[in-house]
Design a protein around this ligand. Structure first.
Ligand code: SF4
Length: 63
């Protein structure tokens, strides 16, 4: 799980999808990846977050 902080625009959509995987830094107005290797059981929500991020800042490496 990785986030391109140069692309992130602070929409916080990702947090809505998976709040245990994505946090938010108010100071920088950017996403914080809380869990770089989310459990398989979280994959659906994480994929949704990647898909819905308006800035396309998130990427999920396939294992
Ligand atoms: S949804 Fe995308 S742009 Fe918004 S906070 Fe998450 S990573 Fe950043």
């Amino acid at each position: 799980m990785s986030a391109d902080l140069g692309l992130c625009q602070g929409h916080q959509m990702c947090q809505g999808e998976a709040p245990d995987v994505f946090g938010f830094d108010d100071a920088t107005d950017r996403v914080v990846v809380l869990d770089e290797h989310p459990d398989e059981s979280r994959r659906r929500d994480v994929k949704a977050a990647v898909q819905y991020c308006p800035a396309m800042a998130l990427a999920l490496e396939e294992e």
